[in-house]
Design a protein around this ligand. Structure first.
Ligand code: UDX
Length: 468
């Protein structure tokens, strides 16, 4: 099948490369000439596992890059719209890029095509795209608008695309549903997975994945509701973690106890410094605002956002609790990315905490395996960048863990202790066991668990067992 993907951002580039790997002829369209030149040249603009392999496998063959949207639309049967939908000041999604794509596509529709929303968009967007295309004189029999939301996570985007839990296709006509069925056929009939060069299968993959056909509006809602639910799960466990801290319970034990209930499940219940990234914060606000527009006051989402914001403040209070004053203190920071496995710092809670600490006059030595270059562009004063976790810890008053990179969970603790001025670790991602850290000679603070000390006295409880 011939496919156009409009937008070479995160979703567009990954989807384009993956469609090519499924055997389709793909044109990725963007109006950023520099980006196009870089992509044609073999550059990979994002840090994403398996993407370099897929791009080099298909670039110049089944995968082309172009700035000619009208022509790409003309030769394609399915046009996936994956342009940005940034938040406006009031939190709504700005759909002007989507609108201009719809306008431009209309000129390239000479035979039947499906225009597919891939970006996360509010529930009424498909209707607007349809209206715009009709308004520009296109025959209504020559196109349908469908929604095919993408659930890929950064860092594992290619694997998520090839091994999805489900494929959601929102279509209001059997003809459009058939086009999308054909697009995903190599996944749903399992043929992709038997190929020798297929992307390696992750744990828990459901093969072949089911395809769910819904109305276009339901599919649009599925995306917002999924992200809101996951963010709610994170805020829920962070709220529970705060209660655990007050009463002296252990949130990890609570997670184990509730996550084993198959109705709840253990995933997305890791407490920490809150969620960030380019999706959750933006999508929760957009969902909140679209609900309001249609007369429902979705206050639950306000609380999800508020708890998320509070987690950062609580963490900074923990740093105060461990170190008293912060002016002039040297802090080692592990992690700047919004989560492990990515160089993305958009809405990163780690970065927000670093900024709060800098405002208080701390001196920061930060290390992140991938996100330092991006951070360097926006943070200049008070921060230095280290070459390793141990380098960041050198002579620091305390070490802060802010991103859940795997390498931060496997540090040589004896070496780390030797580097630090004081053996204090404040862990915003619960990567270590408090008792083990105490046994290794650290004073260790984490989220939703009592602090532990080398002398074995839990911080929240004094020697006589009363709360301190
Ligand atoms: C998310 C959705 O998971 C994905 O389906 C959607 O398409 C895009 O948004 P992503 O933003 O890449 O993906 O990251 P995700 O892995 O979901 O993590 C989001 C944030 O939540 C990160 O800051 C992460 O550290 C945090 N998180 C996640 C937690 O704090 N606890 C958890 O248990 C899980």
């Amino acid at each position: 099948m011939r496919i156009a993907v409009v937008g070479s951002g995160y979703v567009g580039l990954v989807a384009g490369a993956c469609f090519a790997d499924l055997g389709h002829d793909v044109i990725v369209v963007d109006n950023d000439q520099q980006k196009l030149a870089a992509l044609r040249n073999g550059d990979v603009p994002i840090h994403e596992k398996f993407l370099p392999e897929l791009l080099s496998r298909h670039r110049g063959q089944r995968l082309q890059f172009s700035d000619d949207l009208k022509e790409a639309a003309r030769v394609s049967s399915a046009i996936f719209v994956a342009v940005g939908t940034p938040p406006t000041e009031s939190g709504e999604a700005d759909l002007s890029y989507v609108e201009s794509v719809a306008r431009e596509i209309s000129g390239g529709i000479e035979d039947y095509k499906v225009i597919v929303e891939k970006s996360t968009v509010p529930v009424y967007t498909s209707e607007w795209i349809r209206k715009i295309i009709l308004r520009n004189g296109t025959d209504p029999d020559l196109f349908d608008v469908a929604s095919n939301p993408e659930f890929l996570r950064e860092g594992t985007a290619v694997t998520d695309f090839m091994f999805p839990d489900r494929i959601v296709t929102g279509c209001d006509s059997p003809r459009a549903a058939e086009v999308l069925r054909q697009v995903y056929l190599p996944l749903t009939d399992g043929s992709y997975y038997s190929r020798a060069d297929a992307i390696p299968q992750p744990d828990r993959a459901q093969i072949p994945p089911p395809i769910i056909v819904t109305s276009t509006k339901s599919a649009e809602l599925i995306k917002h509701a999924s992200n809101a639910f996951l963010a709610m799960k994170i805020s829920f466990i962070n709220a529970v973690a705060s209660v655990c801290e007050s009463v002296g319970a252990d949130v990890n034990q609570v997670v184990h106890g509730i996550g084993t209930d198959s109705r709840i499940g253990p995933r997305f219940l890791n407490p920490g410094i809150g969620y960030g990234g380019s999706c959750f914060p933006k999508d929760i606000m957009a969902f909140r605002s679209v609900a309001r527009e249609f007369g429902y006051d979705f206050r639950l989402l306000d609380e999800v956002m508020k708890i998320n914001e509070d987690q950062r403040q609580r963490f900074v209070r923990k740093v105060h609790h461990a170190l008293w004053t912060l002016r002039g203190k040297h802090l080692g920071v592990l992690g700047l990315a919004f989560k492990g496995g990515t160089d993305d710092i958009r809405e990163s809670p780690a970065l927000a905490i670093v900024q709060l600490l800098l405002q208080e006059g701390s001196k920061i030595a930060a290390y992140d395996p991938a996100a330092m270059d991006r951070t360097r562009e926006i943070l200049k004063n008070g921060i230095t960048f280290a070459n390793s976790a141990y380098d960041a810890a050198r002579d620091a008053d305390a070490l802060l863990i802010l991103t859940e990179w795997e390498e931060f969970a496997n540090l040589d603790l004896a070496r780390l202790r030797g580097e630090l001025k004081y053996p204090i670790v404040i862990d915003g991602r619960n990567l270590y066991d408090p008792e083990m850290m105490a046994a290794q000679g650290f004073t260790y603070y984490s989220v939703g668990r009592a602090a532990s000390h080398p002398d074995g006295v839990p911080a929240a409880v004094s020697k006589n067992g009363k709360k301190a």
